[in-house]
Design a protein around this ligand. Structure first.
Ligand SMILES: [Zn+2]
Length: 203
């Protein structure tokens, strides 16, 4: 069953959260997405989707976007044209080192994910859609949580989602994130410049 919820408090900004992009992740991400409610959105709107199980291919593999699931995500983004996009993922705890490995770019072409706290990781989205479907100053976030999360991990995951849901643009979101995660935002900015160009915004 596909979970869909729209919270509409105005035209802009348009926000989109998607969980369950591949494999069994939707079974975990629904637990967070179903907790986002009307009070979490102060302005603009938020559309939430969570999908059931599907074939697992990494979103860093371009073949992902030829699968039904990949095509569905691209079409949702094209239809909605969100200024803020959060892709919810989960990982097996034994993948933590691999996902945060400072040499990750050599193996996968993308920078490591950044540890916020309690096992919650943040990064940008797949380069296959980051620059083709979004503008530079759109917010594009991948959030990862252990697939069997502790309550503490879930709280951090939800706090970041709520920071996006309440921020009106990237400036406000970065200010909000810097309160607790100043070093992590600086690291994200460094990685964005390395991946794209000088002055490219983090996330
Ligand atoms: Zn994933």
């Amino acid at each position: 069953m596909v979970y869909k919820k729209v919270i509409d408090k105005g035209e802009k900004p348009k926000r989109l959260f998607i969980g369950g992009v591949h494999g069994h992740e939707g079974l975990t991400t629904i637990k967070a997405l179903s907790q986002i409610s009307d009070v979490d959105v102060k302005n603009g709107n938020l559309t939430i989707y969570n999908f059931d199980e599907s074939h697992y291919i990494s979103t860093l593999d371009r073949h992902y976007y030829n699968l039904d699931m990949g095509k569905k995500i691209v079409s949702i983004i094209r239809d909605l044209k969100p200024e803020m996009y959060v892709e919810l993922h989960c990982y097996n705890s034994n993948s933590f080192e691999r996902l945060t490995d400072t040499n990750r770019k050599e193996h996968t072409g993308v920078p490591p994910l950044i540890h916020l706290e309690k096992g919650v990781l943040i990064g940008s989205i797949s380069p296959y859609i980051r620059t083709s479907l979004f503008d530079e100053w759109d917010v594009c976030i991948t959030l990862e949580i252990p697939c069997k999360p502790s309550k503490e991990s879930m709280d951090v995951y939800l706090n970041v989602m709520r920071a996006v849901a309440t921020s009106k643009d990237k400036y406000e979101l970065l200010d909000n994130l810097r309160v607790d995660y100043s070093d992590q935002v600086d690291t994200a900015a460094k990685y964005a410049v390395e991946l794209y160009w000088d002055g490219y915004p983090p996330l």
